[in-house]
Design a protein around this ligand. Structure first.
Ligand code: CTP
Length: 397
């Protein structure tokens, strides 16, 4: 619920502005008060009248509006909310934010505000992929701006790819996570998730069956308890969590680098199914069939990211949690892993094909720590995540 929370909603000029009308309704249904601001371009897509009717509030638009300035100055407006939400955030608006421009009311409020900012980008896929946009996003993430979406899919412009604004319910979930007064508020949690892809050549790779479902569910559960989550993910089947910082990687080596960049953190959870080996000297050209016989692949060992972080001399997170995917002697193997890697807890599970756990929606885990082994009954990956998030909150409170 968002009872009593005040949201300053900046609506940018994009076709997905129509979804922001539904967003206003959904935020108000949950008890939030919404003060809307329309950029000049936004008024081409939605009218002030519909925004005013749905929000039940005055709609702000012009920077030099004497009446508005007399009622509430723009600086005061920028500080009068618990959260500033920008939806849709166009490439132009994010570029202004990243560079500190303030030439209209929306950008001025974003520069003047001292409240947290959540951004829901929406744009054409090429604009999203453009190096300039990606640079701006990295700058904004560094500045502490939170993101929700964009999603991948068909776009109004007829193209396909990332760039669609997150759905109103996803934005609401991100707002709730951001405003949560949960027990993990102010704690930074790093999570690795999904498989890694280790290239053989530019078109082939070695992978595993991890879907990323458990890591994603865990990120959502921790975020709902108020944690600031950094989510480092390999190429997973499931969509990444909403409202958290997502860093996408392909290989184990890239995952290690992303983890090192994302540290320090209060808690680190390693749910990724990292490939233990990579192909040494992967070819930069596609391997061709030859008359000389079959190709030979030579392997090199990948860095063990969990062991590396567990054994850090300085800057080790207060709680380091690993997962153990086993097909036999689960407890014995997982207990040995806890010792060998030096982490605090191991979440052990049996991933034999007959369990249906890898790639499925349920999990059957045991939590192994210095204190011993605690068996949990089989339950959904969502439920495992909520229970684990609660445990983590208790452990680092
Ligand atoms: N892990 C990691 N980096 C690796 C390998 C594993 O961070 N290179 C982490 C996983 O994210 C997980 C834990 O270590 O939290 C155990 O992963 P698992 O694949 O079960 O264990 P391995 O170390 O690969 O051991 P084994 O192959 O002997 O089962």
């Amino acid at each position: 619920m968002l009872t009593g929370k005040r949201i300053l909603l900046i609506i940018g000029g994009g076709i997905s502005a129509y979804k922001s009308l539904d967003l206003i309704r959904k935020l108000r249904e949950r008890g939030a008060a919404v003060t809307p601001v329309l950029t000049g371009a936004a008024t081409e897509f939605v009218t002030s009248l519909s925004v005013a009717a749905l929000s039940g509030s005055k709609v702000y638009g012009e920077l030099f509006d004497l009446t508005a300035e007399a009622e509430m100055g723009h600086i005061q407006l920028s500080r009068s909310a618990d959260l500033v939400v920008v939806a849709p955030a166009t490439a132009d608006l994010m570029a202004k934010m990243a560079h500190g421009l303030a030439n209209d009311l929306a950008s001025t409020l974003l520069l003047a505000t001292d409240t947290p900012v959540l951004v829901a980008p929406a744009m054409n896929v090429r604009m999203w992929d453009h190096a300039a946009t990606q640079r701006n996003i990295a700058t904004l993430a560094d500045d502490g701006v939170a993101f929700v979406g964009p999603n991948e899919g068909d776009m109004a412009c007829g193209e396909f790819g990332p760039g669609r604004m997150a759905e109103p319910l996803e934005i609401v979930a991100a707002v709730e996570a951001k405003l949560s007064d949960g027990p993990l508020k102010g704690k930074r949690v790093l999570i690795t998730s999904g498989p890694t892809h280790e290239p053989i050549d530019p078109v082939r790779y070695i992978a595993n069956r991890s879907s990323g479902a458990q890591g994603t569910a865990l990120a959502n559960a921790l975020s709902a308890l108020g944690a600031d989550v950094v989510f480092v993910t390999g190429p997973a089947d499931v969509a990444p969590p909403s409202g958290v910082e997502v860093i996408a990687v392909q290989t184990a080596q890239q995952m290690l680098e992303a983890v090192q960049t994302a540290l320090p953190a209060d808690v680190a959870i390693f749910a990724a199914a990292v490939a233990d080996w990579r192909v040494e000297g992967a070819s930069d050209r596609k391997l061709k069939k030859t008359k000389d016989g079959l190709p030979t692949l030579t392997f090199a060992e990948n860095p063990d990211i969990l062991a590396h972080v567990s054994q850090l001399k300085t800057g080790r997170p207060a709680l380091v949690v690993g997962f153990a995917a086993e097909t036999n002697d689960v407890e014995a193997n997982a207990t040995a892993k806890l010792k060998r890697k030096g982490c605090d807890w191991i979440v052990a599970n049996d991933v034999s094909p007959e369990t249906g756990i890898m790639g499925g929606s349920e999990n059957d885990v045991a939590i192994i720590s210095q204190a011993g082994v605690e068996e949990w009954p089989r339950m959904s990956k969502d439920m495992v995540s909520r229970k684990l998030a609660q445990r983590i909150a208790e452990a680092i409170a």
